[in-house]
Ligand binder design. Structure first.
Ligand SMILES: Cc1ncc(COP(=O)(O)O)c(C=O)c1O
Length: 389
């Protein structure tokens, strides 16, 4: 049994979550960026210590056992069969999104994203001189869905060249179903739209939900898409900057690798390779227990709001450790809500508005922390809300 209850001090550890300006006040609980507060898998620590003790840190390259660990994890955990040749490493998924944009589209091309969505999607498009086309998700106050008619219409009307899919979808917690992915794929295939499927949260799914890779929906979808994976969310290894981008189509892979070279992105980080291989080789049990713990946290949060703050609506997540909460009942505008969370509730959250259209009045809570911290955070929030009454 792994101990996810253990509280570990993270201030003064070069952590963006804990050491940035906003978190300096020790009353503030940071629950914003998707970075977990749990100690990682022991075998990862051992692999890193072993490599550090070797004492030579020259240019690195993935070994056969590295590739086999990635292939094994995807097959075991996701029934996702990949060939070794399809794996291209990058120093992060956001880097991969930007490389894919550069490789497969031209300046001023239109790239579609669903909204609200993980905000670096916007920046990746705009910083590369491409144009964002938004496809807002439908929300019935409970569940988010895609209006496929609108999805297709937006593609046709705007001559969209690429769609960036967030699967599972951050921040709203949807784990897209096979039939939804089939519709998305068919529409993109029909209109020759590249699909970049960001599957970084693939390991975090709950209950009857299970992750479907875009590559698993239909064989021909591999002809026009890229799947982005990484061990960095699952095992909290973001600072080791190692992700595995799966590209089956040879021509797309060639263009992607050329973009990598153009940007001077060469050999991977040796510690990232070690950590990824250890994670994917030894991490099954750890992840199973982690998922149980996270489900417990999510349930705790849902029950807390239901019993003590019923005016606030938690959008029950199908996946992720990020919980999307509808705070519109508090009647605050986005600045008031942000100020209230930070300066009254002492919580540093990701504000809904940063995720774009449909995000105002929402907050995203990162619940990948020991339950005692989550409890304290929710009690701080309750206390702050009571002062409003
Ligand atoms: C959907 C999504 N993609 C990518 C990332 C970041 O990936 P990386 O750190 O590998 O660039 C995150 C981090 O939260 C994310 O939620």
């Amino acid at each position: 049994m792994y101990d996810f209850d253990k509280v570990i001090e993270r201030r003064q550890t070069n952590s963006i979550k804990y050491d940035r300006e906003k978190a300096q006040d020790s009353r503030i609980i940071p629950m914003w960026v998707a970075d977990m507060d749990f100690e990682t898998l022991p075998e990862i620590k051992e692999a890193l210590v072993k490599r550090a003790k070797h004492g030579i840190f020259g240019y690195a390259a993935p070994t056969e056992s590295y590739y086999q660990s990635v292939i094994g994890w995807m097959k075991r955990r996701h029934h996702f069969d990949i060939d070794k040749e399809w794996i291209v490493t990058t120093p992060g998924v956001v880097t991969a999104l930007r490389l894919a944009i550069q490789a497969l589209t031209k300046e001023n091309d239109k790239i579609m994203i669903m909204k609200p969505v993980y905000y670096p999607f916007d920046a990746s498009i705009e910083l590369n001189g491409r144009k964002i086309i938004e496809c807002p998700l439908c929300f019935d106050d409970d569940v988010y869905t895609c209006d496929f008619e609108m999805f297709e219409q937006k593609i046709v009307e705007n001559d969209v060249k690429m769609f960036i899919l967030c699967n599972p979808h951050n921040p709203i917690g949807r784990v897209w179903k096979k039939d939804e992915l089939m519709k998305i794929g068919k529409i993109c295939q029909k209109h020759q739209v590249y699909v970049v499927s960001d599957e970084i949260h693939m390991d975090f799914v709950y209950g009857e939900h299970h992750h479907e890779s875009f590559y698993n929906i239909e064989e021909t979808f591999k002809d026009f898409s890229i799947v982005c994976t990484a061990p960095s969310k699952t095992f909290n290894l973001a600072a080791l900057q190692t992700s595995n981008i799966i590209i089956a189509n040879e021509e797309i892979r060639k263009l992607f690798i050329e973009a990598k070279a153009r940007n001077g992105i060469n050999d991977p980080n040796i510690f990232g390779l070690e950590a990824c291989e250890a994670a994917y080789t030894y991490g099954d049990q750890w992840v199973d227990e982690l998922l149980d713990y996270l489900q417990g946290n999510i349930q705790y949060m849902i029950d807390f709001f239901k019993e003590r703050l019923p005016e606030i609506k938690v959008i029950s997540p199908e996946g992720l450790y990020l919980v999307w909460v509808d705070m519109r009942a508090l009647g605050m505008n986005k600045d008031e809500l942000e100020d209230f969370m930070l300066n009254k509730a002492y919580l540093w959250l990701d504000e809904g508005y940063i995720f774009g259209t449909g995000g105002d009045g929402f907050e995203r809570f990162n619940v990948a922390c020991p339950r005692s911290i989550l409890k304290q955070a929710l009690e701080q929030l309750e206390k702050a809300i009571q002062t409003l009454k």
